[in-house]
Design a protein around this ligand. Structure first.
Ligand SMILES: [Zn+2]
Length: 410
């Protein structure tokens, strides 16, 4: 006897069968492969030399950081790429540094990005004060396969080079290559001035802005904000009345290795000045070339009026002034400069300008004290911005400063 199935029951069984099949298919398509150590790289444009990664659990890894050349107490920063397979995975990292007391890797917020342009802040669980050699970083579930992670709001040498190439298209800029780093990267100085200005070059103010510590990226975005403002319509008058020089990386080899303060020789780039004069034998390679270039500018018909050393430490932007001869003579008193900055800073991104007289400083081997001692020029140590977590806010802080420079040095 043939068993006759009720057609409705038959349909129900068939549809259950179909649903089971379909959801199995969907699971197959959405199946997420957890991250493996193979998905990470530490040698891209933003890298961390010698970093060692091991898997602890699903999407949970431990990274041990290595140290800067000749500086066993100075950890390389945590910069890396997930070059594949990130989508759908979250990520937890235990990070440690075994190099003994010295600097910390976790004094600033980290950032992550899908494209290396738009960055999102991510904060350490403990931070330097609580746990200077061990910390935990948790990243969200990723929506794309490729992810970049770096310290502060990162800027690679290639990022800076790309921006300079773009800025170079403006007729008021020239990009000078003053030499090469130890690894052969060009040492760029971007110069901005209006060559058709009615003001003779020797009557223009000359400002020199440079980053010594390559891992202090927030200070580089501050400079990017300055450049964009100078090249905007608002900066037209400033381009006529002044000459500006920008150096985004005195140590351009650093970002791919995660070196925070140094060059290949492990020299702290803000302890690399020689107030007696540049000397190939006495100075580390890049510092010698930069100081020689500065000395050539000082001997030209357009010597530098102000030298700005662009750095990052905790808090908001903090400019500290060593006044040169123009302040309080050709120009108003330094307090006028301070008040102009305050007026141009509605969001309170910059601490009131302060004079460094009597403060200990870092001695004449730094890129503020050194040029101030060698040439007597105005020198500003521009610190802070560790409290800023986005590119945009760093850019705005740079606009505040450059607008104020334009107004005071009028
Ligand atoms: Zn610094």
């Amino acid at each position: 006897m043939i068993h006759k199935l009720n057609p409705i029951v038959y349909l129900q069984i068939a549809s259950i069968f179909f649903i089971v099949q379909f959801s199995a298919c969907a699971q197959e398509e959405n199946r997420i492969t957890p991250l493996t150590t193979e998905d990470f790289r530490f040698d891209g444009p933003l890298g961390s030399d010698g970093a060692h990664i091991v898997e602890i659990d699903t999407n949970y890894f431990k990274i041990t950081l290595d140290h800067a050349p000749n500086q066993p107490g100075w950890p390389n920063k945590l910069n890396f790429e997930i070059h594949q397979n990130a989508k759908g995975n979250d990520l937890t990292l235990e990070v440690e540094f075994e190099g003994g007391p010295g600097m910390s890797f976790n004094e600033y917020a980290q950032s992550w990005s899908y494209d290396g342009l738009n960055w999102n802040p991510v904060h350490w669980k403990y931070g330097r004060d609580e746990s200077p050699q061990y910390d935990i970083l948790k990243l969200p579930v990723f929506e794309e396969d490729h992810v970049y992670v770096g310290t502060q709001v990162p800027m690679s040498f290639e990022d800076a080079e790309g921006m300079k190439k773009k800025w170079e298209e403006h007729p008021h800029t020239s990009l000078h290559t003053i030499g090469e780093s130890i690894h052969g990267r060009p040492l760029y100085r971007l110069e901005i001035t209006d060559p058709t200005s009615p003001f003779a070059p020797e009557n223009r103010w000359v400002h020199y802005f440079a980053n010594q510590h390559p891992g202090e990226h927030n200070s580089q975005w501050r400079m990017a904000g300055m450049v964009d403002w100078i090249l905007s319509e608002e900066g037209e008058d400033f381009r006529q009345r002044s000459i500006s020089h920008f150096i985004f990386f005195m140590s351009p080899d650093a970002p791919t290795y995660g070196w925070y303060r140094v060059n290949r020789e492990g020299i702290d780039m803000n302890r690399s000045y020689r107030p007696e004069g540049s000397n190939r034998e006495e100075q580390t390679h890049e510092a010698y070339l930069w100081q020689k270039d500065l000395e050539e500018l000082m001997a030209s018909e357009t010597p530098v009026t102000t030298i700005w050393a662009m750095h990052t430490w905790q808090g908001i932007v903090e400019p500290l002034l060593r006044p040169g001869p123009e302040i309080g003579s050709t120009l108003g008193p330094w307090t006028e400069f301070r008040d102009i900055i305050k007026k141009n800073d509605p969001d309170s991104l910059v601490k009131p300008l302060a004079v460094r007289e009597g403060m200990p400083g870092y001695g004449a081997v730094s890129w503020t004290e050194g040029p101030h001692e060698q040439f007597g020029i105005t020198a500003i140590l521009c610190e802070g911005a560790g409290a800023f977590y986005t590119k945009e806010i760093n850019v705005v802080s740079g606009e505040v400063l450059i607008k104020s420079i334009a107004e005071y040095y009028n």
